[in-house]
Structure formats: structure tokens, C-alpha cells
Design a protein around this ligand. Structure first.
Ligand code: GDP
Length: 328
């Protein structure tokens, strides 16, 4: 039975990946940080097949112990401070976990035996936020980076150190440059889920307003369930490499709001939406659109869920979730 070790197991991608790998017959280990982490109880209930292993991306010895225990064939580093807005307020923490955390994980892999025999294969969750103020459109694996947030800067460090360790120590280390990927498991702090949840609550009369920041941005949004397959495929290749994972389509914030309200049968959405400066960011990423040609041709990967289907899925999920809270 192959063994996989996942950091970020309590997040959206960790959950999708754990489910996917379990379906492929893997033994799945999930790193859990902190003492009595309440988020993990949720995961334990939903994914009883995941074995929790204590560890923290800020603590190298804990990573070594975690890998010694799990003895993985594959390590997926999905753990990070992943919310761009938070990274502006906690920039040092973001650099430490999202950036240096990658270095610590690579060192742990070398210590536990990855370097000598190339045994442990490593996946790093790189991000389209590295492109930031984009230098070309669409963005490919060769597009230069210009991050626009402490999160983006930390991800650039993570990406570069993966390339450096691969070249220096012959590690099987890959980076997936994943564009925004969403779904019903997305945290409520991200714009897609904030919108679909508010739409459901407005439809049910539980909320009367949706307050947002900038809506002129454009994103290449895909479905997280599709994207974790690309992570796995990268680690099944003969040689390690980096891949853009994206749909190749882009949509504005306005479109997101309009499509989500329409899905709930509300056409006069303007009356519910207000913009507030507090949700604007000090620097913005205006336009992301990825070119997934390399992932398609080399990995045989393609996204299954398109933008309208994604929004539909999320609104339906949030309608069911919020309806269940109503008094009977
Ligand atoms: P990101 O692409 O990783 O930053 O993903 P987010 O879902 O957090 O944000 C996507 C875009 O939505 C960014 O351009 C934000 O500025 C914009 N946005 C506008 N209003 C909001 C809001 O209320 N919350 C969030 N999270 N983003 C918002």
C-alpha cells in the first residue's frame, strides 16, 4: 500500500486529496498542528481513514519525527497561511509558515532519507498569486513572478527553494502552480464561498446584505476536486517538474456575484450588494488566467467542472447547509 503524508489536511485541498488518495488505495497520514486542534475533529469524523500525525511547519524536529513515523512514499505540502488578506496583517507569520515551512519540509525529507535514494516524492502547493501583477497573459510555467502580497512573496520563496533543492540534491520535488480552486469545502473567508453562502442566506431570509471589496478583479477559477488529481499525477511521472494547473478561462468578481445570485433565482442582486473599503487590499492582483497546456499534454490532466457548474454546486451546497439551520 503506498503511503502519503499531507500537510494542510484540515483545509479544502487536504480533504479532497485525502479522499482521492484513499480511493486509490493509499494509506493517508495528515499532519495536525497545535494542541487539541478543533478543526481536526471535523476531519476525523468525515475522513476516519486519515491517521493524524502531530507536527508543525514552524518546527523542523517535529517534521522529521512526523516523517519518521509516517514513512511516506509521497509528501504533499498543502499547509500554509493561505488567505492573502490575512498575510498583509501577519506578514512575518506568513513568511515563516508559507515560505520557510517549505524549506523545513525539504530538509526533513533529506534527513529522513529522500536525498540518497530519491525515495520520497514531494509536491509543493505553489500558487498563481506568485504572478501577481502579471507580466504576460496567459500565465505559463515560464512567466516571471511579481507577487503582490506577503502571501505571494512567501509562495515565490517556496517555489524557488523547491527548484533549488531539486537541482542541488536530486530530490523528486514538484511544484503545482495552481490557479484559484474552489468548491463547497472552501473557507468562508474566500470570495467565492463568501458570495455563495451569503446568496443562500439572503434567499432564505437569514441575511439582507453582502458586503464586498473590489469586484473588478479577474480570476481563473476551477474546482478543487479536479485540481488534487493534478497534484497526484505530477508525482507519478518519470521526472519531477513544475506545472500550471488552471482552466484557461477568466471571470470577473461581478460575474461571480451575478451568476451566484441568478442560481438562487435572484436577478436584482444590486440591491443586496454593498462595497466597503475594509475589504480592499493594499495591493491587488487584477487579472489571472493560466495556460494549462503543459499539464494537459504531459500529465493528461484537464478540468471537468466549468465556472457556472462550480458556482451552481457551491450555491446548492450552501442552500442545503443554511436550510438545515432553520427552525422546523
Ligand atoms: P485570492 O485570489 O487568493 O486572493 O482569493 P480570494 O477569494 O481571497 O480573493 C479573490 C479576489 O476577490 C481578490 O481580488 C479580492 O480583492 C476580491 N474580493 C473582493 N471582495 C472580497 C471579500 O469580501 N473577501 C475576499 N476574500 N476577497 C474579496
Amino acid at each position: 500500500m503506498p503511503r502519503a503524508f499531507i500537510t494542510g489536511i484540515t483545509g479544502q485541498d487536504g480533504q479532497h486529496l485525502a479522499e482521492f488518495l484513499h480511493g486509490k488505495g493509499y494509506e493517508v497520514f495528515g499532519m495536525v498542528k497545535g494542541q487539541n486542534n478543533p478543526k481536526f475533529d471535523q476531519v476525523r469524523d468525515e475522513f476516519p481513514f486519515v491517521e493524524p500525525v502531530p507536527g508543525d511547519l514552524a518546527d523542523l524536529p517535529s517534521l522529521v519525527k512526523a516523517l519518521e513515523h509516517a514513512q511516506p512514499d509521497e509528501v504533499y505540502n498543502l499547509g500554509a497561511i493561505s488567505f492573502v488578506a490575512l498575510s498583509f496583517n501577519q506578514a512575518e507569520l506568513t513568511a515563516n509558515i508559507t515560505g520557510l515551512g517549505v524549506l523545513r519540509m525539504l530538509e526533513a525529507i533529506r534527513m529522513v532519507g529522500g536525498a540518497q535514494n530519491n525515495k520520497i516524492r514531494f509536491y509543493q502547493a505553489s500558487s498563481s498569486e506568485m504572478f501577481g501583477k502579471v507580466r504576460e497573459t496567459p500565465q505559463t510555467e515560464r512567466t516571471p513572478f511579481h507577487p503582490r502580497s506577503p502571501y505571494g512573496c512567501a509562495k515565490v520563496f517556496g517555489h524557488d527553494i523547491v527548484v533549488n533543492y531539486r537541482e542541488s540534491y536530486d530530490l523528486f520535488a514538484c511544484s503545482g502552480i495552481l490557479f484559484n480552486h474552489e468548491g463547497p469545502r472552501r473557507g468562508m473567508e474566500f470570495v467565492t464561498r463568501k458570495v455563495t453562502n451569503a446568496v443562500a442566506r439572503i434567499k432564505l431570509g437569514l441575511q439582507d446584505e453582502l458586503v464586498l471589496g473590489n469586484l473588478d478583479f479577474k480570476r481563473d477559477w476551477g474546482y478543487a476536486g479536479d485540481y488534487v488529481k493534478a497534484m497526484w499525477l505530477m508525482l507519478q511521472q518519470d521526472a519531477p517538474d513544475d506545472y500550471v494547473v488552471a482552466t484557461g478561462e477568466t471571470h470577473t468578481g461581478h460575474e461571480l456575484v451575478e451568476v451566484a445570485f441568478a442560481e438562487a433565482g435572484i436577478s436584482d442582486w444590486e440591491r443586496y450588494v454593498r462595497q466597503d473599503q475594509k475589504f480592499f487590499r493594499p495591493a491587488e492582483v487584477d487579472l489571472l488566467i493560466g495556460d494549462p497546456t503543459k499539464a494537459r499534454t504531459k500529465l493528461g490532466w484537464k478540468p471537468e467542472v466549468d465556472f457556472p457548474t462550480l458556482v451552481k454546486m457551491m450555491v446548492a451546497h450552501d442552500m442545503a447547509l443554511e436550510s438545515a439551520k432553520l427552525p422546523r
